[in-house]
Write a protein that binds this ligand. Structure first.
Ligand code: AMP
Length: 405
């Protein structure tokens, strides 16, 4: 079965077409600047030897973007299928499934209503995800569609981990609680880690560190999430590219008063101008920050190093806290752009935990790429690098649901 995976953002739409009989990628691509009025683009990369296709065009809305994507998939020049009837199902990434969705689901009108209902919990993403779903429904009526939620994997957290210590009525009235995000990534890498540990989830204690532009840490017992660092929104937890992560909530009011900012302006500063960008003043991109920190002549060298130090320290703090509540850890897993590619991050984080937890990385293996066990000789806990594959999780769930229809 061929499955189209759609990740629709407010102005972008990423896609992959996968052959799920072999779990191989057939084509992937991205549409950018949708609905902005600017000239946008489609970049389509077939994996069947045909050339990459780039198109610059004003893309009015998600309907048009989906039209371009589907056109590229069937094009005689750069297409990968002869007809859309070859696409057996579509799997959509959806940010927030609220407290309702513990697993991926077949999309029907009730599911759409629930995704709409949870817009206040994902005001930027849920409306965009819905646009992607509606565009596919129009373009491919009759093709089953499945929603996979970033929040589902974290639904196994106990109430004391997801309830905030604010008046309980706000949880009851507005569903204000910890949801956690990157759930498909934590799920994928933890399942791979279980495999590397011998295949049985029961009895395992695993900590997964998704470190990329957005970062979150999760604690898993028996393969199920028991805590995670992101909260009601992705703003909580460790600092990120542009997000502050957890700070004293009083800072928001202090800043608003001192700078004469509106609530929205203050929120934007914490979401878009903080994190390693805010501290370093260099970039939100960790590669640029690492380069600046390593360049003694860079005018922002000290701040770049400080941004990295804060990030490494906070990741280590979460991992230590989770190792504490789990009663140790069988494995610590690093994934996502930085987690997969930065030996410096892994060495710094694990180095801070060595004395307390007897965990070490092997200095040579730490520089290996791909799925790799980088555990040091004397280590009591395994340290794995596992490239994440959120699309594969969505495609597997979609296949499983559609096969039962
Ligand atoms: P993601 O959000 O998972 O795509 O991760 C993006 C982040 O990973 C960016 O900040 C990148 O700078 C960072 N990243 C990607 N490759 C590397 C690398 N080789 N070394 C350090 N950081 C990297």
């Amino acid at each position: 079965m061929k499955i189209l995976i759609i990740n629709a953002g407010s102005s972008s739409l990423k896609y992959q077409l996968m052959d799920m009989d072999t779990e191989t990628l057939i084509a992937k691509g991205i549409c950018e600047r949708i609905g902005t009025g600017e000239v946008g683009m489609l970049k389509h990369t077939p994996k069947n030897g045909k050339p990459e296709y780039m198109l610059d065009a004003v893309i009015a809305d998600h309907d048009q973007a989906i039209g371009l994507v589907l056109g590229a998939l069937v094009s005689p020049d750069h297409g990968v299928v002869s007809s859309l009837s070859e696409v057996g199902a579509v799997g959509h990434r959806v940010l927030n499934g609220g407290p309702k969705f513990e697993t991926s689901v077949l999309i029907n009108s009730d599911v759409i209503k629930s995704i709409e209902e949870f817009i206040p919990l994902g005001p930027l993403h849920n409306p965009a995800n819905l646009k992607g779903i509606e565009a596919c429904q129009k373009a491919m009526p009759g093709t089953p569609q499945v929603a996979t939620f970033d929040t589902s994997f974290h639904q196994t957290m106990p109430d004391y981990a997801y309830i905030y210590a604010i008046p309980y009525e706000y949880y009851e009235k507005y569903n204000i609680r910890r949801y956690g995000f990157h759930g498909t990534s934590h799920r994928y890498v933890s399942e791979e880690a279980v495999r590397l540990l011998g295949g049985r989830a029961a009895g395992t204690k695993i900590i997964t560190c998704h470190c990329g532009n957005g970062s979150s840490i999760a604690a898993l017992r028996d393969g199920r999430c028991v805590d995670t660092s992101m909260g009601l929104t992705p703003l909580e937890g460790v600092p990120m590219g542009t997000r502050s992560g957890s700070i004293d909530p009083a800072i928001a009011e202090f800043l608003a008063n001192s700078e004469g900012l509106t609530r929205k302006e203050t929120y934007d500063i914490l979401n878009k101008k903080s994190g390693v960008l805010g501290v370093s003043g260099v970039s939100s991109d960790f590669r640029s920050i690492e380069a600046a920190a390593a360049d003694a002549a860079h005018p922002l060298q000290r701040r770049a190093q400080l941004a990295l130090d804060i990030f490494y320290y906070d990741v280590a703090k979460y991992v230590a806290a989770y190792a504490g509540i789990l009663g140790g850890a069988d494995a610590i897993v690093f994934t996502a752009g930085l987690g997969e590619n930065s030996p410096e991050l892994r060495e710094a984080v694990i180095g801070k935990l060595s004395a307390a937890f007897g965990v070490y990385v092997d200095p040579q293996k730490n520089f290996t790429r791909g799925t790799v066990d980088i555990t040091g000789d004397a280590s009591k806990t395994k340290v794995f690098v596992i490239p994440t594959n959120e699309e594969l999780v969505i495609a597997r769930d979609t296949k499983e649901i559609v096969e039962k229809l």
